[in-house]
Design a protein around this ligand. Structure first.
Ligand code: GTP
Ligand code: MG
Length: 312
């Protein structure tokens, strides 16, 4: 009897020393193994900073070849990435903007988010795994080939203290698309159309500037680089908006959706048009174009089905 009383007192003292008192109280007992919990470190992110999570496909040069993606840009594969990005934004309402290009996506959380108590590992793993599972789930809607193996994505968190840092980060990613896409467009034209080997095409482009590649595309292939689809040249920006039919429509009556855009976010104009991103966050108004992009149409029809279901 005395022994048990002593053991229980010793355990209580031990628990309080390693701050397990709340656990002991709840379970009425404290196993000798529970001290290991104290090894889990607090990974809460600093307050008042922009949280950016960027995910990137693992070995997508191999994955894109194995699944016969069109070179250098496969419109369906890119829209599949966008669909997975939209799924993440729908789940995490504190993401104010997402930006995707090639096999990567960046998600920007509002500075004052309290999602998952700002715990870094929770946020990073949820976003990365939700993106991956959504990519796989949406595959049949965008691709006419079978998925032959499971894709995976790495993820990282980067914190930016100022609005300027955040804008520079996004500008960096968008400048990256431009540099890569111009090079890849010229490279694959030389290989697929002119019959050069990969090595010959590389040699032909070595040391060239943007202007040279633009000229090559125009002179040899009749391509005006600026007339290529904006998604290929600018990547995709996802913003939460209220979608209306015309400019005069009341914003409040619009359906909320995640709208894909392919604008130039390096320019000041973009930030003037979408003031909600950096200020107090309220979804802005978006006037639907006459040809509604499929990614948006899918969301609007989902929403109208939801409304019908709740009314019936
Ligand atoms: P790690 O990210 O280091 O694992 O390697 P990675 O092979 O994924 O390279 P990286 O992320 O730097 O580049 C992405 C690669 O994905 C590109 O180099 C392309 O090979 C491929 N990719 C992405 N989008 C497309 C596309 O639309 N079409 C084709 N054909 N390939 C694409
Ligand atoms: Mg990659």
């Amino acid at each position: 009897m005395q022994f048990y009383a002593l053991k229980s007192t010793v355990l209580k003292v031990l628990c309080s020393r390693i701050n397990l008192a709340p656990i002991c109280k709840r379970n009425m007992a404290c196993s000798r193994y529970e001290y290991v919990k104290s090894y889990e470190l607090d990974d809460r992110i600093l307050p008042n900073v922009w949280i950016v999570i960027r995910i990137d496909g693992k070995k997508f040069h191999k994955f894109s070849n194995a699944h016969k993606f069109e070179k250098p840009n496969d419109i369906n594969a890119l829209n599949l990435m966008n669909a997975a990005g939209i799924a993440v934004m729908k789940e995490f309402r504190d993401i104010v903007l997402a930006y995707g290009q090639s096999d990567e996506y960046s998600f920007v959380f509002r500075k004052d988010t309290t999602a998952y108590k700002r715990r870094a590992s929770k946020l990073l793993t949820y976003v990365t795994s939700l993106f991956s599972s959504s990519y796989v789930m949406s595959w049949p809607q965008w691709m006419d080939r079978q998925l032959s193996y499971a894709p995976c994505f790495d993820g990282r968190i980067v914190l930016y203290p100022t609005d300027e840092n955040l804008r520079d980060y996004l500008s960096w990613r968008q400048a990256d698309v431009h540099v890569n896409n111009l090079y890849n467009t010229a490279f694959w034209k030389l290989v697929l159309q002119s019959g050069l080997t990969n090595q010959q095409a590389e040699e032909r482009l070595r040391g060239t500037f943007s202007a040279d590649k633009n000229e090559l595309l125009f002179q040899e292939f009749g391509i005006n680089y600026n007339s290529l689809p904006p998604m290929f040249r600018k990547g995709t920006i996802l913003l939460r908006k209220r979608v209306v039919q015309s400019e005069g429509d009341d914003q409040e009556k619009g359906s909320q959706a995640i709208v894909p855009m392919h604008d130039d976010l390096i320019r000041e104009q973009f930030w003037r048009e979408h003031t909600e991103i950096l200020s107090k966050y309220v979804p802005g108004k978006y006037v639907s174009p006459s040809v509604v992009p499929r990614l948006l149409k899918m969301q609007l029809s989902e929403e109208s089905q939801l409304v019908k279901a709740t009314m019936s």
